[in-house]
Design a protein around this ligand. Structure first.
Ligand code: B12
Length: 222
C-alpha cells in the first residue's frame, strides 16, 4: 500500500498524468496518476488516504518549490494536471460525502479581466489541499460572488486581478461583499496586487502564490 501511494505522490509531484504521457522524461513508460489512483482504489486503499497521504503532500511539495522558484509555471501546471487526473477518480467519493472537505473556496477573476491562468492554478492547488472549489470563471461581478456565497454557507472567497485597471473593480467587489456579508473571508491575488492594496480595500488576506493561499485557508479551517 505504501509503495503505491509513494508512486502516486511522485507522479503528482513531477506531473506524470498517465502512462502515455512523455512528461517528465525520467518517468517515461511508467504509470501516471490516472492509473496509480485506479490501482490504489482497487487495492482497497481508502480515497481519504489517497488524498491525505499522496495528493495533498505532493501538492504541498509543488507549492513550496514554486514559492522558492525551484520550479516554474509549466511544471506546476503539469502537477496540477496530474492531480486533476487523480481527483477525477476520487470525485464520486467527494460527492457521496465519504471524503469530508475542509471547506468551500469560491474563486473568480474580477469583472473586466480575462486572465485566468493564475486563478486556475490557485483553484487546482486549493482543491489539492482538500477544499471543494466553486470556480466562477472570469469577468465576475459582485452579484455573482454574493449569490455563490449565499448558496455556500461559510465559504471563503478568492478574487484574482491581473490588470491595474481591474484592481479598481476588485476593490468595489470587496466593499459590496463586506457590506452585505461582513463575516466572509476574502483572499486576493494577482500580479499587480499586494499586501498594502489588500489592507486598503478591506480584504482579509493577500497571497502572492497558491501555496500561501492554501496555508491561510488551512489555518482558517483548523
Ligand atoms: C497570458 C496573458 C494574457 C492572455 C490571457 C490568457 C488567459 N487565459 O489567462 C491574453 C492574451 C488573453 C491576455 C490579454 C490581455 N492582456 Co495579458 N498577459 C498575459 C501574460 C503574458 C501572462 C499572465 C499569466 O498568466 N501569468 C502566469 C500566472 C501563473 O501568473 P499570475 O496570473 O500572476 O498568477 C499567480 C499569482 O499572481 C497568484 N494569483 C493569481 N490570481 C490569484 C488569486 C488568488 C485568490 C490568489 C491567492 C493568488 C492568485 O497565483 C498565481 C501563481 O503564482 C501577462 C504578462 C506576464 N508575464 O505576467 C500579460 C499582462 C497581464 N496582460 C496585460 C494586458 C495589458 C492585457 C490586455 C489588456 C492586452 C490588450 N491590449 O488587449 C488584454 C486584457 C484582456 C482582459 N480584458 O483581461 C498586461 C497588464 C498590464 C497591467 N499591469 O495592467 C500584462 C502584465 C502584460 C504587459 N507587460 O503589459 N493576456
Amino acid at each position: 500500500m505504501e509503495e503505491i501511494l509513494e508512486k502516486l505522490l511522485e507522479a503528482v509531484e513531477f506531473g506524470k498524468v498517465d502512462n502515455k504521457s512523455p512528461f517528465p522524461p525520467q518517468l517515461k513508460g511508467q504509470d501516471g496518476s490516472h492509473e496509480l489512483t485506479i490501482s490504489a482504489i482497487e487495492t482497497g486503499i481508502k480515497p481519504k488516504q489517497i488524498l491525505e497521504n499522496a495528493l495533498i503532500p505532493a501538492m504541498e511539495r509543488v507549492g513550496k518549490k514554486f514559492s522558492e522558484n525551484k520550479i516554474f509555471v509549466p511544471q506546476m501546471l503539469m502537477s496540477a494536471k496530474a492531480m486533476g487526473a487523480s481527483m477525477c477518480q476520487l470525485k464520486p467519493y467527494f460527492a457521496s460525502g465519504e471524503i469530508k472537505t475542509k471547506g468551500t473556496f469560491i474563486i473568480g477573476t474580477v469583472k473586466g479581466d480575462l486572465h485566468d491562468i493564475g486563478k486556475n492554478l490557485v483553484a487546482m492547488m486549493v482543491e489539492g489541499g482538500g477544499w471543494a472549489i466553486i470556480d466562477l470563471g472570469v469577468y465576475v461581478g459582485s452579484e455573482r460572488y454574493i449569490e455563490a456565497i449565499k448558496n455556500n454557507h461559510g465559504a471563503v472567497v478568492g478574487l484574482s486581478a491581473l490588470l491595474t485597471t481591474t484592481m479598481v473593480n476588485m476593490g468595489e467587489i470587496v466593499s459590496k461583499i463586506k457590506e452585505i456579508l461582513p463575516e466572509i473571508k476574502i483572499i486576493i491575488g494577482g500580479a499587480p496586487v499586494n499586501d498594502d492594496f489588500c489592507q486598503k480595500i478591506g480584504a482579509d488576506f493577500y497571497a502572492p502564490d497558491p501555496q500561501r493561499a492554501v496555508e491561510y485557508l488551512n489555518k482558517l479551517a483548523s
